[in-house]
Ligand binder design. Sequence first.
Ligand code: FAD
Length: 426
Amino acid sequence: DTTIFWFRRDLRLTDNAGLYHALRDNKPVVPVFIFDTEILDALEDPGDRRVAFIHQTLAELKEQLETLGTSLVVLYGNPVTLYRSLHPRAVYTNHDYEPYARARDNAVQALLEKKGVAFHTCKDQVIFDKDEVVKDDGKPYTVFTPYSRRWKARLTPFYLKRYPVEKYTGHFKKIKHQPFPALEDLGFRGTGASFPERVIRTGIIEKYDRTRDFPAIQGTTRLSIHIRFGTVSIRRLCQVALRKNPVWLNELIWREFYAMILWHFPQVQTASFKPAYDRIAWRNDPAEFDRWCTGQTGYPIVDAGMRELNATGFMHNRVRMITASFLTKHLLIDWRWGEAYFGQKLLDYDLASNNGGWQWAAGSGCDAAPYFRVFNPALQTKKFDPDYAYIKKWVPEYQDGAYARPVVEHAFARQRALNTYKKTLG
Ligand code: FAD
Protein backbone atom coordinates (compact mmCIF):
# COMPACT_ATOMS: atom_id res chain seq x y z
CA ASP A 1 0.00 0.00 0.00
CA THR A 2 2.88 2.35 -0.65
CA THR A 3 2.57 5.44 -2.81
CA ILE A 4 5.35 6.35 -5.22
CA PHE A 5 6.59 9.85 -5.75
CA TRP A 6 8.37 9.89 -9.10
CA PHE A 7 11.08 12.58 -9.41
CA ARG A 8 11.90 13.91 -12.91
CA ARG A 9 12.55 17.58 -13.63
CA ASP A 10 11.88 18.57 -10.04
CA LEU A 11 14.96 17.36 -8.17
CA ARG A 12 14.37 19.07 -4.86
CA LEU A 13 12.59 18.50 -1.56
CA THR A 14 11.49 22.05 -0.88
CA ASP A 15 8.43 23.65 -2.45
CA ASN A 16 7.73 20.69 -4.72
CA ALA A 17 4.04 20.58 -5.67
CA GLY A 18 3.74 16.90 -6.56
CA LEU A 19 5.81 15.71 -3.63
CA TYR A 20 3.74 17.86 -1.29
CA HIS A 21 0.48 16.37 -2.52
CA ALA A 22 1.84 12.84 -2.42
CA LEU A 23 2.91 13.21 1.21
CA ARG A 24 -0.06 15.19 2.43
CA ASP A 25 -2.58 12.69 1.14
CA ASN A 26 -0.72 9.40 1.52
CA LYS A 27 1.39 7.33 3.81
CA PRO A 28 3.86 5.75 3.35
CA VAL A 29 5.49 7.40 0.32
CA VAL A 30 8.56 6.04 -1.45
CA PRO A 31 10.67 8.45 -3.56
CA VAL A 32 11.71 7.02 -6.92
CA PHE A 33 13.90 8.22 -9.76
CA ILE A 34 14.13 6.37 -13.08
CA PHE A 35 17.11 6.69 -15.37
CA ASP A 36 15.01 6.55 -18.51
CA THR A 37 16.83 4.48 -21.11
CA GLU A 38 14.73 6.02 -23.88
CA ILE A 39 16.48 9.31 -23.06
CA LEU A 40 19.91 7.98 -22.10
CA ASP A 41 20.24 5.76 -25.16
CA ALA A 42 19.73 8.74 -27.44
CA LEU A 43 22.70 10.62 -25.95
CA GLU A 44 25.83 10.27 -28.03
CA ASP A 45 28.48 11.49 -25.63
CA PRO A 46 29.41 9.22 -22.69
CA GLY A 47 30.83 12.37 -21.07
CA ASP A 48 27.43 14.11 -21.32
CA ARG A 49 27.51 16.66 -18.54
CA ARG A 50 23.78 16.66 -18.00
CA VAL A 51 23.78 13.04 -16.93
CA ALA A 52 26.64 13.86 -14.56
CA PHE A 53 24.62 16.78 -13.19
CA ILE A 54 21.56 14.61 -12.59
CA HIS A 55 23.72 11.93 -11.02
CA GLN A 56 25.37 14.40 -8.65
CA THR A 57 22.05 16.00 -7.76
CA LEU A 58 20.45 12.62 -7.05
CA ALA A 59 23.30 11.73 -4.72
CA GLU A 60 22.58 14.88 -2.74
CA LEU A 61 18.84 14.27 -2.78
CA LYS A 62 19.33 10.71 -1.57
CA GLU A 63 21.46 11.92 1.30
CA GLN A 64 18.82 14.43 2.33
CA LEU A 65 16.14 11.76 2.14
CA GLU A 66 18.24 9.42 4.25
CA THR A 67 18.47 12.00 7.04
CA LEU A 68 14.66 11.84 7.02
CA GLY A 69 14.71 8.08 7.57
CA THR A 70 13.83 7.15 4.01
CA SER A 71 15.95 6.87 0.85
CA LEU A 72 15.77 7.19 -2.93
CA VAL A 73 14.95 4.19 -5.07
CA VAL A 74 16.92 4.60 -8.29
CA LEU A 75 15.77 2.49 -11.22
CA TYR A 76 17.13 2.09 -14.73
CA GLY A 77 15.08 1.20 -17.78
CA ASN A 78 12.04 2.11 -19.80
CA PRO A 79 9.53 3.61 -17.33
CA VAL A 80 6.53 1.99 -18.99
CA THR A 81 8.17 -1.43 -18.72
CA LEU A 82 9.27 -0.82 -15.14
CA TYR A 83 5.81 0.24 -14.01
CA ARG A 84 4.45 -3.05 -15.33
CA SER A 85 6.10 -4.84 -12.46
CA LEU A 86 5.41 -2.23 -9.76
CA HIS A 87 2.20 -2.35 -7.74
CA PRO A 88 1.92 0.81 -5.71
CA ARG A 89 -1.34 2.26 -4.42
CA ALA A 90 -0.81 5.45 -6.35
CA VAL A 91 1.88 7.32 -8.28
CA TYR A 92 2.43 11.07 -7.92
CA THR A 93 4.60 13.21 -10.12
CA ASN A 94 4.84 16.69 -11.71
CA HIS A 95 3.78 17.60 -15.25
CA ASP A 96 6.44 17.36 -17.90
CA TYR A 97 5.57 19.16 -21.11
CA GLU A 98 8.01 17.88 -23.71
CA PRO A 99 6.40 15.75 -26.41
CA TYR A 100 8.33 12.59 -25.51
CA ALA A 101 7.52 12.98 -21.81
CA ARG A 102 3.86 13.55 -22.52
CA ALA A 103 3.61 10.39 -24.59
CA ARG A 104 5.50 8.41 -21.94
CA ASP A 105 3.31 9.73 -19.13
CA ASN A 106 0.14 8.92 -21.06
CA ALA A 107 1.37 5.37 -21.54
CA VAL A 108 2.29 5.03 -17.86
CA GLN A 109 -1.06 6.42 -16.81
CA ALA A 110 -3.01 4.05 -19.07
CA LEU A 111 -1.02 1.11 -17.78
CA LEU A 112 -1.48 2.04 -14.13
CA GLU A 113 -5.16 2.78 -14.48
CA LYS A 114 -5.70 -0.63 -16.00
CA LYS A 115 -4.26 -2.01 -12.76
CA GLY A 116 -6.50 0.29 -10.72
CA VAL A 117 -3.57 2.49 -9.67
CA ALA A 118 -4.17 6.24 -9.66
CA PHE A 119 -1.68 8.49 -11.47
CA HIS A 120 -1.61 12.06 -10.14
CA THR A 121 0.36 14.76 -11.84
CA CYS A 122 0.76 18.35 -10.64
CA LYS A 123 1.82 21.67 -12.10
CA ASP A 124 5.24 22.52 -10.71
CA GLN A 125 7.63 23.62 -13.46
CA VAL A 126 5.74 26.72 -14.50
CA ILE A 127 3.53 29.33 -12.91
CA PHE A 128 0.95 29.06 -15.68
CA ASP A 129 0.11 26.03 -17.72
CA LYS A 130 -0.50 26.01 -21.44
CA ASP A 131 -4.12 27.15 -21.32
CA GLU A 132 -4.06 29.39 -18.26
CA VAL A 133 -2.82 32.43 -20.17
CA VAL A 134 -4.74 32.67 -23.42
CA LYS A 135 -6.55 35.36 -25.37
CA ASP A 136 -10.15 36.33 -24.60
CA ASP A 137 -11.35 33.98 -27.33
CA GLY A 138 -9.42 31.08 -25.78
CA LYS A 139 -6.78 30.99 -28.50
CA PRO A 140 -3.08 30.90 -27.63
CA TYR A 141 -0.98 34.03 -27.89
CA THR A 142 1.74 34.01 -30.53
CA VAL A 143 3.28 37.37 -29.64
CA PHE A 144 5.27 37.75 -26.45
CA THR A 145 4.30 41.22 -25.20
CA PRO A 146 0.53 40.72 -24.96
CA TYR A 147 1.17 37.24 -23.54
CA SER A 148 3.42 38.65 -20.83
CA ARG A 149 0.88 41.37 -20.05
CA ARG A 150 -1.84 38.79 -19.55
CA TRP A 151 0.54 36.56 -17.59
CA LYS A 152 1.25 39.39 -15.15
CA ALA A 153 -2.42 40.35 -14.88
CA ARG A 154 -3.29 36.73 -13.98
CA LEU A 155 -0.66 36.54 -11.27
CA THR A 156 -1.93 36.50 -7.69
CA PRO A 157 -0.14 35.39 -4.50
CA PHE A 158 -1.97 32.08 -4.83
CA TYR A 159 0.19 31.06 -7.80
CA LEU A 160 3.41 31.74 -5.91
CA LYS A 161 2.44 29.95 -2.73
CA ARG A 162 5.05 27.62 -1.40
CA TYR A 163 4.24 23.94 -0.98
CA PRO A 164 5.49 23.13 2.55
CA VAL A 165 6.78 19.61 1.95
CA GLU A 166 8.55 19.69 5.32
CA LYS A 167 5.20 19.52 7.16
CA TYR A 168 4.67 15.95 6.02
CA THR A 169 8.10 14.39 5.84
CA GLY A 170 6.90 11.98 8.54
CA HIS A 171 4.85 10.34 5.77
CA PHE A 172 7.89 9.03 3.90
CA LYS A 173 8.28 5.29 4.11
CA LYS A 174 11.07 4.22 6.45
CA ILE A 175 13.39 2.20 4.28
CA LYS A 176 17.01 1.23 4.42
CA HIS A 177 19.62 3.05 2.35
CA GLN A 178 19.17 2.07 -1.28
CA PRO A 179 21.91 1.13 -3.75
CA PHE A 180 23.06 3.94 -5.98
CA PRO A 181 24.53 3.31 -9.45
CA ALA A 182 27.84 4.83 -10.45
CA LEU A 183 27.83 6.92 -13.61
CA GLU A 184 29.83 4.15 -15.26
CA ASP A 185 27.07 1.66 -14.47
CA LEU A 186 24.83 3.82 -16.61
CA GLY A 187 27.30 3.87 -19.48
CA PHE A 188 28.55 7.38 -18.78
CA ARG A 189 31.58 8.91 -17.17
CA GLY A 190 32.31 12.02 -15.14
CA THR A 191 34.34 14.78 -16.73
CA GLY A 192 35.23 16.65 -13.57
CA ALA A 193 33.21 19.56 -14.95
CA SER A 194 31.78 21.93 -12.40
CA PHE A 195 28.26 23.27 -12.64
CA PRO A 196 26.80 26.70 -11.98
CA GLU A 197 26.00 26.96 -8.29
CA ARG A 198 22.47 26.74 -7.00
CA VAL A 199 22.52 30.25 -5.56
CA ILE A 200 20.01 32.99 -6.24
CA ARG A 201 22.25 36.02 -6.52
CA THR A 202 19.89 38.89 -5.82
CA GLY A 203 22.69 41.40 -6.49
CA ILE A 204 22.86 40.23 -10.10
CA ILE A 205 19.08 40.28 -10.44
CA GLU A 206 18.90 43.86 -9.14
CA LYS A 207 21.37 45.09 -11.74
CA TYR A 208 20.24 42.69 -14.45
CA ASP A 209 18.95 45.22 -16.97
CA ARG A 210 22.34 46.95 -16.99
CA THR A 211 24.56 43.87 -17.00
CA ARG A 212 22.65 41.19 -18.93
CA ASP A 213 24.21 41.86 -22.34
CA PHE A 214 27.89 41.67 -21.47
CA PRO A 215 29.26 38.16 -21.77
CA ALA A 216 32.58 39.00 -20.13
CA ILE A 217 30.97 39.57 -16.75
CA GLN A 218 28.59 37.48 -14.70
CA GLY A 219 25.64 39.73 -15.39
CA THR A 220 23.04 36.96 -15.62
CA THR A 221 22.15 34.45 -12.93
CA ARG A 222 23.29 31.20 -14.56
CA LEU A 223 20.36 29.51 -12.91
CA SER A 224 19.19 27.93 -16.16
CA ILE A 225 20.43 24.42 -15.40
CA HIS A 226 18.72 24.57 -12.02
CA ILE A 227 15.51 25.78 -13.59
CA ARG A 228 15.82 23.02 -16.18
CA PHE A 229 16.11 20.23 -13.64
CA GLY A 230 13.95 21.80 -10.96
CA THR A 231 16.70 22.11 -8.39
CA VAL A 232 15.20 25.53 -7.65
CA SER A 233 11.51 26.36 -7.42
CA ILE A 234 10.09 28.58 -10.12
CA ARG A 235 7.65 30.06 -7.60
CA ARG A 236 10.53 31.13 -5.39
CA LEU A 237 12.32 32.71 -8.37
CA CYS A 238 9.22 34.62 -9.41
CA GLN A 239 8.87 35.98 -5.91
CA VAL A 240 12.44 37.23 -6.01
CA ALA A 241 11.89 38.67 -9.49
CA LEU A 242 8.78 40.56 -8.37
CA ARG A 243 10.64 42.09 -5.47
CA LYS A 244 13.90 42.83 -7.25
CA ASN A 245 13.53 43.38 -10.96
CA PRO A 246 10.61 43.18 -13.40
CA VAL A 247 13.07 42.91 -16.30
CA TRP A 248 14.31 39.61 -14.95
CA LEU A 249 10.73 38.46 -14.41
CA ASN A 250 10.25 38.89 -18.16
CA GLU A 251 12.95 36.30 -18.81
CA LEU A 252 11.09 33.77 -16.71
CA ILE A 253 7.96 34.64 -18.69
CA TRP A 254 9.80 34.04 -22.00
CA ARG A 255 10.42 30.53 -20.79
CA GLU A 256 6.72 29.95 -20.15
CA PHE A 257 5.85 31.59 -23.46
CA TYR A 258 7.97 29.11 -25.38
CA ALA A 259 6.66 26.17 -23.32
CA MET A 260 3.13 27.32 -24.16
CA ILE A 261 4.02 27.65 -27.86
CA LEU A 262 5.46 24.13 -27.98
CA TRP A 263 2.32 22.78 -26.36
CA HIS A 264 -0.10 24.43 -28.77
CA PHE A 265 2.07 24.14 -31.85
CA PRO A 266 3.99 20.87 -31.43
CA GLN A 267 4.88 20.99 -35.12
CA VAL A 268 7.56 23.63 -34.30
CA GLN A 269 9.67 20.74 -33.12
CA THR A 270 10.52 19.95 -36.72
CA ALA A 271 8.92 22.70 -38.81
CA SER A 272 9.19 26.46 -38.98
CA PHE A 273 6.44 28.25 -37.08
CA LYS A 274 6.02 30.36 -40.20
CA PRO A 275 5.72 27.65 -42.88
CA ALA A 276 7.11 29.83 -45.69
CA TYR A 277 10.52 29.65 -44.01
CA ASP A 278 10.70 25.97 -44.77
CA ARG A 279 11.08 26.85 -48.43
CA ILE A 280 14.34 28.74 -47.87
CA ALA A 281 17.15 27.27 -49.95
CA TRP A 282 19.65 26.63 -47.17
CA ARG A 283 23.23 26.15 -48.32
CA ASN A 284 23.95 23.58 -45.59
CA ASP A 285 27.67 23.31 -46.27
CA PRO A 286 29.00 20.57 -43.93
CA ALA A 287 32.54 21.98 -43.79
CA GLU A 288 31.28 25.41 -42.80
CA PHE A 289 28.96 23.86 -40.24
CA ASP A 290 31.94 22.08 -38.77
CA ARG A 291 33.88 25.34 -38.53
CA TRP A 292 30.95 26.91 -36.72
CA CYS A 293 30.63 23.99 -34.29
CA THR A 294 34.29 24.03 -33.39
CA GLY A 295 34.62 27.81 -33.13
CA GLN A 296 36.79 28.31 -36.23
CA THR A 297 34.74 30.74 -38.30
CA GLY A 298 37.30 33.53 -38.11
CA TYR A 299 34.73 35.75 -36.38
CA PRO A 300 36.12 36.07 -32.85
CA ILE A 301 32.82 36.67 -31.06
CA VAL A 302 31.20 33.70 -32.79
CA ASP A 303 34.20 31.48 -32.11
CA ALA A 304 34.38 32.56 -28.48
CA GLY A 305 30.73 31.61 -27.99
CA MET A 306 31.08 28.21 -29.60
CA ARG A 307 34.23 27.45 -27.65
CA GLU A 308 32.57 28.49 -24.39
CA LEU A 309 29.71 26.14 -25.25
CA ASN A 310 32.01 23.26 -26.11
CA ALA A 311 34.13 23.74 -23.01
CA THR A 312 31.46 24.41 -20.40
CA GLY A 313 27.99 23.56 -21.70
CA PHE A 314 26.97 27.17 -21.20
CA MET A 315 26.78 30.13 -23.56
CA HIS A 316 25.75 33.65 -22.69
CA ASN A 317 22.36 34.67 -24.13
CA ARG A 318 23.74 37.57 -26.17
CA VAL A 319 26.25 35.23 -27.75
CA ARG A 320 23.62 32.55 -28.35
CA MET A 321 21.79 35.15 -30.43
CA ILE A 322 24.96 36.13 -32.30
CA THR A 323 26.08 32.57 -33.07
CA ALA A 324 22.56 31.50 -34.08
CA SER A 325 22.17 34.48 -36.37
CA PHE A 326 25.58 33.79 -37.87
CA LEU A 327 24.74 30.18 -38.67
CA THR A 328 21.36 30.89 -40.20
CA LYS A 329 22.17 34.15 -41.99
CA HIS A 330 25.90 34.34 -42.72
CA LEU A 331 26.27 30.65 -43.48
CA LEU A 332 22.67 29.99 -44.55
CA ILE A 333 22.56 26.74 -42.63
CA ASP A 334 19.19 25.37 -41.57
CA TRP A 335 18.32 26.46 -38.02
CA ARG A 336 17.55 22.81 -37.19
CA TRP A 337 21.26 21.95 -37.51
CA GLY A 338 22.19 24.59 -34.99
CA GLU A 339 19.32 23.69 -32.74
CA ALA A 340 20.44 20.05 -32.68
CA TYR A 341 24.03 21.02 -31.92
CA PHE A 342 22.97 23.25 -29.02
CA GLY A 343 20.73 20.38 -27.92
CA GLN A 344 23.73 18.12 -27.60
CA LYS A 345 25.85 20.61 -25.73
CA LEU A 346 23.74 22.90 -23.55
CA LEU A 347 23.51 22.01 -19.88
CA ASP A 348 20.28 23.96 -19.73
CA TYR A 349 18.95 22.40 -22.93
CA ASP A 350 15.23 22.76 -23.00
CA LEU A 351 13.36 21.78 -26.13
CA ALA A 352 10.88 24.66 -25.98
CA SER A 353 13.34 27.48 -25.18
CA ASN A 354 16.02 26.21 -27.53
CA ASN A 355 13.61 25.79 -30.40
CA GLY A 356 12.11 29.20 -29.65
CA GLY A 357 15.54 30.83 -29.53
CA TRP A 358 16.61 29.24 -32.81
CA GLN A 359 13.45 30.06 -34.67
CA TRP A 360 13.67 33.60 -33.31
CA ALA A 361 17.20 33.95 -34.70
CA ALA A 362 16.30 32.41 -38.06
CA GLY A 363 13.27 34.66 -38.31
CA SER A 364 10.99 31.65 -38.74
CA GLY A 365 9.46 31.69 -35.27
CA CYS A 366 6.52 33.39 -33.63
CA ASP A 367 7.34 36.94 -32.67
CA ALA A 368 10.78 36.50 -34.22
CA ALA A 369 13.25 39.11 -35.33
CA PRO A 370 12.46 40.19 -38.91
CA TYR A 371 14.64 38.33 -41.36
CA PHE A 372 16.33 41.46 -42.62
CA ARG A 373 17.89 41.98 -39.21
CA VAL A 374 21.30 40.37 -39.67
CA PHE A 375 23.56 40.72 -36.66
CA ASN A 376 26.89 42.27 -37.53
CA PRO A 377 29.45 40.39 -35.40
CA ALA A 378 31.89 43.31 -35.37
CA LEU A 379 29.25 45.79 -34.19
CA GLN A 380 27.95 43.33 -31.62
CA THR A 381 31.49 42.97 -30.30
CA LYS A 382 31.96 46.73 -30.13
CA LYS A 383 28.77 47.11 -28.15
CA PHE A 384 28.89 44.12 -25.86
CA ASP A 385 32.53 43.08 -25.57
CA PRO A 386 34.24 46.42 -26.18
CA ASP A 387 37.57 45.52 -24.62
CA TYR A 388 37.54 41.96 -26.01
CA ALA A 389 37.65 40.45 -22.54
CA TYR A 390 35.20 37.67 -23.40
CA ILE A 391 36.86 37.00 -26.74
CA LYS A 392 40.33 36.82 -25.25
CA LYS A 393 39.17 34.43 -22.59
CA TRP A 394 37.87 31.89 -25.11
CA VAL A 395 40.03 32.64 -28.14
CA PRO A 396 43.46 33.15 -26.62
CA GLU A 397 45.16 33.32 -30.01
CA TYR A 398 43.13 36.39 -30.87
CA GLN A 399 45.25 39.50 -31.11
CA ASP A 400 43.66 42.75 -32.19
CA GLY A 401 43.40 42.76 -35.94
CA ALA A 402 45.31 39.54 -36.60
CA TYR A 403 43.07 36.53 -36.51
CA ALA A 404 42.13 33.62 -38.74
CA ARG A 405 40.56 34.46 -42.08
CA PRO A 406 36.78 34.72 -41.89
CA VAL A 407 34.88 31.80 -43.40
CA VAL A 408 32.86 34.35 -45.35
CA GLU A 409 33.09 38.10 -45.70
CA HIS A 410 30.43 39.97 -43.71
CA ALA A 411 28.98 42.39 -46.29
CA PHE A 412 28.83 39.64 -48.92
CA ALA A 413 27.21 37.16 -46.54
CA ARG A 414 24.69 39.72 -45.37
CA GLN A 415 23.60 40.50 -48.91
CA ARG A 416 23.47 36.82 -49.83
CA ALA A 417 21.23 36.14 -46.80
CA LEU A 418 18.92 39.01 -47.68
CA ASN A 419 18.66 37.87 -51.28
CA THR A 420 17.99 34.26 -50.31
CA TYR A 421 15.38 35.10 -47.71
CA LYS A 422 13.76 37.67 -49.96
CA LYS A 423 13.54 35.29 -52.89
CA THR A 424 11.52 32.88 -50.77
CA LEU A 425 9.52 35.26 -48.65
CA GLY A 426 9.05 38.19 -50.97
P1 FAD B 1 19.12 34.74 -16.91
O1 FAD B 1 19.38 35.81 -17.89
O2 FAD B 1 19.53 34.96 -15.51
O3 FAD B 1 17.54 34.43 -16.98
C1 FAD B 1 16.87 33.68 -15.96
C2 FAD B 1 16.14 32.51 -16.53
O4 FAD B 1 15.12 32.91 -17.42
C3 FAD B 1 17.01 31.57 -17.37
O5 FAD B 1 17.75 30.72 -16.54
C4 FAD B 1 15.98 30.87 -18.21
O6 FAD B 1 15.33 29.84 -17.50
C5 FAD B 1 14.97 31.97 -18.47
N1 FAD B 1 15.27 32.64 -19.75
C6 FAD B 1 16.08 33.71 -19.94
N2 FAD B 1 16.07 34.09 -21.23
C7 FAD B 1 15.26 33.25 -21.88
C8 FAD B 1 14.83 33.13 -23.22
N3 FAD B 1 15.23 33.97 -24.18
N4 FAD B 1 14.01 32.11 -23.54
C9 FAD B 1 13.57 31.26 -22.60
N5 FAD B 1 13.92 31.33 -21.31
C10 FAD B 1 14.74 32.32 -20.94
N6 FAD B 1 17.39 28.74 -22.49
C11 FAD B 1 17.26 27.54 -21.89
O7 FAD B 1 16.92 27.48 -20.70
N7 FAD B 1 17.47 26.38 -22.57
C12 FAD B 1 17.86 26.37 -23.89
O8 FAD B 1 18.03 25.29 -24.47
C13 FAD B 1 18.03 27.62 -24.54
N8 FAD B 1 18.44 27.69 -25.83
C14 FAD B 1 18.60 28.91 -26.44
C15 FAD B 1 18.98 28.96 -27.78
C16 FAD B 1 19.13 30.18 -28.44
C17 FAD B 1 19.54 30.21 -29.89
C18 FAD B 1 18.89 31.37 -27.74
C19 FAD B 1 19.03 32.72 -28.42
C20 FAD B 1 18.49 31.33 -26.41
C21 FAD B 1 18.34 30.11 -25.74
N9 FAD B 1 17.95 30.05 -24.37
C22 FAD B 1 17.78 28.82 -23.79
C23 FAD B 1 17.58 31.26 -23.62
C24 FAD B 1 18.73 31.94 -22.82
O9 FAD B 1 19.85 32.13 -23.64
C25 FAD B 1 19.14 31.17 -21.56
O10 FAD B 1 18.01 30.84 -20.80
C26 FAD B 1 20.08 31.99 -20.68
O11 FAD B 1 21.23 32.35 -21.40
C27 FAD B 1 20.47 31.20 -19.43
O12 FAD B 1 21.35 31.95 -18.65
P2 FAD B 1 20.95 32.47 -17.20
O13 FAD B 1 20.43 31.34 -16.39
O14 FAD B 1 22.09 33.25 -16.69
O15 FAD B 1 19.71 33.40 -17.54
